[in-house]
Design a protein around this ligand. Structure first.
Ligand code: HEC
Ligand code: HEC
Ligand code: HEC
Ligand code: HEC
Length: 379
């Protein structure tokens, strides 16, 4: 995805468009039977590694603890640089004592819960839960698999030449030398086993928003848990969260944390606004307690995301965007809830396509894109 040649880009783009992701979900994504890349693989393992959730809208929204391998041995042995970066981010650091904070105790008390690490009401977002002998433990903070998908099926595949588990391992940082077709096969095979790779911006965005815009009404109304209204994809992903080492100029031996190009930030920005609109709207549809705090926060989010989407539409000519937006009310109010229909899947489809196709110059969006970032990236 990264600094490859245009040809490589085009092939990857074609693959993402032509070979839908192996998410067998509520009709958003087609199954991967038609995937040329998965041909050689055992098909029973091609389910996405994120389990469907009853309380939340999208399948991508939760991690299945029984399929988590954990960062300690399974990721960090090879991904040393990424691990260094992760270990200096809040996702890792805050896990150590967040559960002991006064705010945590007050939320727990209000909800009648005892332990942040043992309550599923908390650990799905504040940790990487893992299932061990039938018991779920909050073992690490938000980690690699929280964003890239549970690793049990992809970890032994995503680094093999052509994605074939029988082939030799491919070396970290050698991506630039890899044949573009081989790379496609490798990433495709891993994706079919639940991996959310660095190019899947829509899916990555959904992962961020699934935690950063809680889908649990009680957490907010009863527990008093907040929802930060400034959560935005570019500013929150390009600071302490950024870990673009493998694609950096000097990789493997002299890898540095490559800052994203302007082009990439523009794409991320649009994806973030659209995922925000989709997920905030979806959450709004599920509100039970009218006029509660949760309801109000979601109405604000939907309206603000809608405004940002309008601004994108005014600045750039993005095919299909106008149609997708015209299906949404211009603004939502506190009186009653909007009704559900097919528009959310249209929105999701648009965003997924946008995130994986090439675009003409989007520099007209630059005035809209935040320049301040959250925290600082490890070098
Ligand atoms: C849907 C995901 C989600 C769930 C579920 C969740 N949290 Fe959070 N929580 C977050 C996010 C994201 C933040 C960071 C907020 C921010 O700064 O954007 C946060 C922040 C916090 C904070 C820090 C607040 C502050 O003032 O700095 C506390 C304390 C907390 N959560 C406790 C809990 C407890 C206790 C539970 C379970 C009862 C819980 N959370 C469940 C996502 C979640
Ligand atoms: C045995 C070594 C090894 C292990 C263990 C490993 N990886 Fe990797 N990983 C690699 C190699 C090699 C690459 C390709 C690097 C390149 O493109 O130069 C890679 C690439 C990636 C990428 C980037 C793919 C892309 O989008 O281009 C991600 C994300 C990733 N690994 C996540 C993980 C996660 C999460 C784990 C743990 C569950 C993990 N890896 C465990 C070796 C490993
Ligand atoms: C599994 C849930 C989860 C996912 C997925 C997730 N986050 Fe978070 N994130 C949290 C929680 C919880 C906190 C707050 C931790 C705390 O303060 O205790 C947080 C904190 C942060 C912070 C630090 C905020 C601060 O106040 O300093 C940043 C930045 C951030 N997340 C960005 C992202 C981005 C960008 C993504 C997607 C690429 C993402 N997160 C995905 C749960 C998640
Ligand atoms: C908070 C979510 C989050 C966490 C945690 C996370 N990643 Fe990532 N990762 C991303 C995102 C988002 C990208 C794509 C970055 C972009 O597009 O700017 C990415 C990109 C990557 C890449 C490709 C980098 C490149 O040079 O292009 C690798 C490799 C990777 N991650 C591995 C890991 C490993 C290993 C861990 C754990 C030590 C990890 N990630 C933890 C969200 C996350």
């Amino acid at each position: 995805m990264k600094s490859g040649s245009t040809r490589e880009w085009m092939i990857v783009i074609a693959a993402f468009l032509g070979v839908p992701i192996a998410l067998v979900t509520a009709g958003f994504f087609a199954p991967a039977e038609d995937s040329a890349e998965s041909g050689a693989m055992d098909t029973e393992t091609t389910m996405i590694a994120v389990a469907p959730s009853k309380t939340r809208g999208l399948d991508l929204e939760s991690l299945d603890p029984s399929r988590v391998v954990g960062p300690d041995e399974e990721c960090s042995t090879c991904h040393i640089k990424e691990t260094e970066s992760w270990e200096s981010s809040s996702h890792y650091l805050k896990f150590k004592d967040r559960h002991r904070s006064a705010e945590a105790k007050s939320i727990l008390k209000a909800m009648g819960l005892r332990s942040m690490k043992r309550s599923s009401e908390c650990y799905h977002c504040h940790s990487t839960p893992v299932e061990d002998e039938g018991k779920v433990r909050a073992q690490w903070g938000v980690s690699c698999e929280s964003c890239h998908g549970a690793g049990d099926q992809f970890v032994r595949v995503h680094n093999r030449v052509k994605g074939d588990p029988g082939n030799r391992s491919f070396r970290w940082g050698q991506g630039k030398k890899e044949d573009p077709q081989d790379r496609l096969m490798r990433l495709g095979a891993a994706r079919d086993r639940g991996m959310i790779n660095a190019g899947m911006l829509y899916e990555l965005g959904v992962r961020c928003f699934s935690c950063h815009v809680p889908g649990d009404e009680q957490l907010v109304n009863q527990g008093g848990h907040g929802i930060r209204n400034d959560f935005e994809l570019v500013s929150w992903s390009q600071g302490e969260v950024r870990h673009s080492f493998v694609s950096s100029e000097g990789a493997p031996s002299g890898a540095t944390n490559r800052p994203s190009t302007k082009e990439h930030r523009r794409r991320l920005y649009v994806v973030g606004v659209m995922v925000d609109l989709e997920m905030s709207f979806r959450r709004l549809l599920e509100v039970k307690e009218l006029n509660g705090k949760y309801h109000r926060l979601l109405v604000e989010r939907v309206n603000s995301a809608r405004k940002s989407a309008e601004a994108i539409l005014r600045s750039a000519s993005l095919p299909g965007l106008s149609d997708v937006l015209s299906c949404f009310p211009e603004s939502v109010t506190m009186t009653g809830l909007p009704s559900a229909d097919g528009r959310l899947s249209g929105l999701a489809d648009w965003t997924r396509k946008f995130s994986s196709s090439s675009h003409s110059d989007l520099s007209c969006l630059d005035p809209l894109i935040p320049t301040e970032v959250m925290g600082s990236a490890v070098q």
